[in-house]
Ligand binder design. Structure first.
Ligand SMILES: Cc1cc2nc3c(=O)[nH]c(=O)nc-3n(C[C@H](O)[C@H](O)[C@H](O)COP(=O)(O)O)c2cc1C
Length: 190
């Protein structure tokens, strides 16, 4: 299996980085091929500007986006790892979707209908939060929805699993280690 990991955290000492390392190691352990896209480390430009929009109307993509689209094409499974920022994705990740999941590549309009073009792929969405599950109340099941429903499912990816790790900065280190263990066994069975 080809696994693309898209990772959006600026701090190499973060818990998100431990998640990245765990996911990477577990997939490799299974014998899968892994490509990591570390958006901050790569200084990914997340701004979809007028020139790219103009290119898109001509069915073209900018040179810096071609490789990212090849990654998505190559992947059987896409893993997205990020911290929840303002109940949302970090802007760099949102911009990655804006610029990479383009009309004609990730979806199309045909006969007035939207068609997802990334069918047959699986996705895992892993999110960390500062708040507790209780803090989110009835919104707890909405935390990943912009990524899972709004983006991935829109583009034809329906086999999606999400994992939310709550209150990461305030729990004991032991609890964070348990989170990583849970993630390991989840990937072993994936
Ligand atoms: C700009 C910013 C916005 C944040 N917004 C939220 C939020 O809306 N809800 C929440 O529970 N935590 C929020 N947090 C806390 C982070 O989600 C939390 O610190 C992170 O998931 C912990 O993982 P890390 O140690 O790998 O950064 C925010 C943090 C930052 C820096």
């Amino acid at each position: 299996m080809n696994v693309l990991i898209v990772y959006a955290h600026p701090n190499p000492q973060s818990f998100n980085k431990s998640i990245l390392d765990t996911v990477d190691a577990e997939f490799k352990q299974r014998g899968d091929a892994v490509r990591i896209r570390d958006l901050y480390a790569e200084h990914f430009n997340p701004v979809l500007d007028e020139s790219q929009l103009e290119l898109q109307t001509q069915g073209d993509v900018p040179a810096d986006i071609v490789q990212y689209q090849q990654d998505v094409e190559w992947a059987d499974t896409i893993v997205i790892i990020y911290p929840l920022w303002w109940f949302d994705r970090p802007a760099i990740l949102k911009g990655w979707f804006d610029r990479v999941f383009t009309n004609g590549f990730a979806f199309s309009f045909e006969d007035g209908e939207i068609k997802g073009l990334l069918t047959g792929k699986r996705a895992i969405v892993i999110v960390t939060t500062g708040g507790t599950r209780e803090d989110f109340g009835k919104n707890a099941d909405q935390l990943t929805r912009n990524t899972t429903e709004g983006t991935l499912a829109f583009c034809g990816i329906h086999d999606i699993v999400d994992r939310v790790f709550y209150s990461v900065p305030i729990v004991e280190n032991e609890v964070r280690q348990e989170m990583l263990s849970e993630l390991k066994s989840f990937i072993q069975k994936f």
